[in-house]
Design a protein around this ligand. Sequence first.
Ligand code: SAH
Ligand code: SF4
Length: 345
Amino acid sequence: MLSLIEKAEDKHVLSRDELICLLSEVSLLPEICAAADRVRQKYVGDGIHLRGLIEFSNICKNNCCYCGLRRDNVKIHRYRLDEDAIFKLAEYAVTQMGLKTIVLQSGEDMWFDCQKMCALIRRIKTLDAALTLSVGEKSAEEYQAYKDAGCDRFLLRIETTDKILYERHDPGMSWARRRKCLDDISRSGMEVGSGCLVGLPGQTLESLADDILFFKQIKADMIGIGPFIPHPDTPLGNAEKGNFDLALKVMALTRLLLPDINIPATTAMETLAPNGQIRALQAGANVIMPNVTLNECRKYYELYPGKSATNCAADNTLAQLRAKIAAIGRYVATDKGFHQKVKHI
Ligand code: SAH
Ligand code: SF4
């Protein structure tokens, strides 16, 4: 088993069976995390990229069974920020907080049509920052329009590569369509971010191994891995939550196989385990996405419970975050943090 970890660290290749083997052996977690930390250091260095996350609308036409923003959740108070409010938040994050990337995330809110999104992209790109969108499934033409308006990156998690599981938990959605969206994003020239949930009811270790191989196959530029956290106002409210250690292991194995990509220490990791983000940063992650959404909206962007309390980037918490980063011998990177492809076999 240890030789498998060595092989992954040296060659960045593992077969499906080898991945399943490593995923099933609980005792190997420290060794896998340590190897991922070394690979992270070698390929992307000690800098941590901070991306300012703006959750600009919690209105969603979809009904994903795990997500608190799903359209059938009538208990949630819905909000939508307008272009000026979004721009002001982005401006503050860039000019006052010194962040180098803005991430705009929302439910699939059809009010923001292609024209409105492109106007917003052009305006935010007047700031000196990279821009990432995470607004769900769009047509190839729309992704191309986002790129042409200046958007640099797009995040769309595949959630799971198990098609049957995906379509069970995302009623009315098609796995093939989501897969095609990732191709269209890639073809547009934007950097491609994807990722998966760990601990969805019915998910197997085999399918997690497939997820990791899928990330390699699509040549992802960034991958976010988050443990599933049940939300009481969803059909999966009583399901068991995802296992932190397993999510950490999937993330560490992703770093071993895709050594030079960007990997966030996700908010869901922090929500599920004390110090979860710092543990993730020491197991392969090199990105944190501090939340810069307005206080009064943040509590309503509840993909899962407990999320709104974590990772707020008011100035004082940003200082705390910088201190935590320094305490583990790392530093906040000052560049925009694009995927730097490093030649490896
Ligand atoms: N609507 C967009 C972006 C917002 S959702 C989209 O779906 O792509 C962002 C991510 O939140 C999703 O990709 C999903 O992986 C995650 N998420 C949703 N519900 C969650 C839950 N209960 N636990 C953990 N992560 C969740
Ligand atoms: Fe909407 Fe995204 Fe939540 Fe699905 S995961 S319900 S698409 S916000």
